[in-house]
Design a protein around this ligand. Sequence first.
Ligand SMILES: CC(C)(COP(=O)(O)OP(=O)(O)OC[C@H]1O[C@@H](n2cnc3c(N)ncnc32)[C@H](O)[C@@H]1OP(=O)(O)O)[C@@H](O)C(=O)NCCC(=O)NCCS
Length: 259
Amino acid sequence: MHSRQGRRGLRELDRRLDQKDVMDRMQIQVSWSGEGAGGLASVLPRGFATAVCVGSPSPEPLFPGEAALVSAAVDRRRIEFARGRSCARHAMHLLGAPAAPILATPQRAPIWPAGLVGSISHASESCCAAIGWSDDWAAVGVDVEVLQPIDSDVERNILSPAERSALERLDRRIPWACVVFSIKEAMYKLWNPLMTCWLDFRDAVVRLDPDARRFELSVVGQPAPSVPPALRRIEGRFDIVGLHVVSAVALPRGHRSPT
Ligand SMILES: CC(C)(COP(=O)(O)OP(=O)(O)OC[C@H]1O[C@@H](n2cnc3c(N)ncnc32)[C@H](O)[C@@H]1OP(=O)(O)O)[C@@H](O)C(=O)NCCC(=O)NCCS
């Protein structure tokens, strides 16, 4: 746990991370930040520990099993992977869980140490992780993206015509398609470890509440032989922090929708 001075330092760090000019320039060489990390905590229900890393701090060493997962990867990917693991371990520490290897499934889903659920995201020069206790949460998905317009061909793959026309009615200064993209990626990170199958962008329909920064996601069609009701319709939150969008969706153990 952090000292009072440490907590003040982290709060000051988070305040600075939330400032647009700082995020724009990405100059700040930050090490691992805890509570309220860069807006991630604000889109998650209570009960998750979060950590974010912005800039290029050196990642902490990997466990041998983790290093083996990226032994054939290019340097950039190895560093990205290690930063994500460092972020996750920092969040585990904040939650009170011991450091342990985070291996991965062949679909790249992290295999969390017993008793934990979590999710990792990377964007440009930043990455973040959220960790909770598996007694409380069945799964969580987080995603951070640089907020920018999406190519119209890609947009057609991500959004249904109905979703596109709904977004056209919103504030045109914000590239909402990118927000929905981030939400759907967060949903996939929750879905895949639970269902162990693919979920296509067009299998999900997102309805945004832009003022409340909330969303409702419905799974349509039959992407799996049987889709539990709690995954058919799930609610989550997003936020726009500087030049990034951050999204999260969490499924409580017992499958009530989070509030
Ligand atoms: C898996 C995917 C969501 C990851 O997104 P990404 O753009 O590579 O970027 P991010 O940096 O945000 O996320 C990467 C992290 O997600 C996690 N992740 C990757 N695959 C995952 C999976 N199958 N399940 C859960 N988490 C996964 C990993 O922690 C990964 O980082 P790591 O490999 O360093 O551990 C994306 O590559 C993908 O395949 N998307 C298509 C499926 C989809 O989104 N469908 C929409 C359904 S509504």
